[in-house]
Design a protein around this ligand. Structure first.
Ligand code: SAM
Length: 248
């Protein structure tokens, strides 16, 4: 059977497509892409021309079985998304899972991932972290989600687009005003910028210049203090004890 290569692509700077990624993309039979036009123009810069197949959230389940059949017939495939690492807030999960279930060898060609890139420059604890992805777009659902994360001691990582960065940072500042927050925008691009300060300060910083709300963003938020979590554990233990008594 062929191999399935999961290939990371640049998040803004073409220089970040690794030599190994170039070799694999040039060597496979077909490339599964989130958007064949976006990937096509990226590959053209490297003089790579390959048959492509579109793989997005709407068609992934159906396409996965067809693609796994092709893999079992001996074709090798590369999976890419528009930018960064596939499957990280991007399509590919159904294909990878189906390939594994069918016994196909899945190989990583690692590279850029906006979340990990931002975390590594944030100055916020990296020993333990959790990826949340995009917050809900509606204000109330967003506030509920943030409050549900209040006791989380691990560093929290969010993705955000320019449409909602102001609203999201304001919401974070409302729930966690004094926590450290890193806002990283346009990583690896011409206007790359990052700031780490309290959430309140970052919210004010954003409002000072409308250019600061442009582009693509990662937010890295300091987790709760361990003592808060212990208080939570104590509460959980207390509730458990009550429940066990009820159950006799
Ligand atoms: N799979 C990608 C990865 O590995 O990072 C993420 C894809 S997700 C659909 C797109 C989001 O990633 C953007 O809205 C933004 O939050 C983040 N992102 C992507 N490129 C970025 C960059 N150059 N700088 C900051 N954030 C970026």
């Amino acid at each position: 059977a062929g191999h399935l290569y999961v290939v990371a692509t640049p998040i803004g700077n073409l220089g970040d497509l690794s030599p190994r990624a170039q070799a694999v993309l040039g060597g496979v039979d077909r490339i599964c892409a989130e958007d064949t036009r976006t990937t096509g123009s990226m590959l053209a810069q490297f003089n790579i021309r390959k048959p492509m197949v579109a793989l997005h959230d709407h068609n992934e389940d159906q396409s996965a079985s067809t693609l796994v059949q092709a893999l079992k017939n001996g074709q090798s495939l590369a999976l890419v998304s528009d930018a960064g690492t596939p499957l990280i807030s991007d399509p590919g999960f159904a294909l990878v899972r189906a390939a594994r279930a069918a016994g196909v060898t899945v190989i990583t060609i690692p590279g850029p991932c906006a979340a990990v890139a931002a975390l590594s420059i944030s100055g916020i604890a990296t020993d333990s972290f959790t990826f949340i992805g995009f917050l809900p777009p509606k204000a109330q659902a967003r506030a509920v989600r943030l409050k549900a994360l209040a006791a989380e001691t691990r560093t929290l990582m969010f993705y955000e687009s320019s449409h909602r960065i102001g609203e999201s940072v304001d919401a974070i500042a409302e729930v966690f005003p004094t926590r450290q927050l890193c806002l990283a925008r346009e990583l690896t691009k011409l206007f790359e910028q990052s700031i780490t300060a309290t959430a309140t300060e970052v919210a004010a910083w954003l409002k000072q210049d409308s250019n600061r709300s442009r582009g693509e963003f990662v937010l890295v938020l300091e987790g709760a203090e361990a003592s808060d979590a212990h208080a939570d554990d104590a509460e959980a233990t207390r509730i458990l004890r009550v429940l066990m008594q009820e159950l006799g």
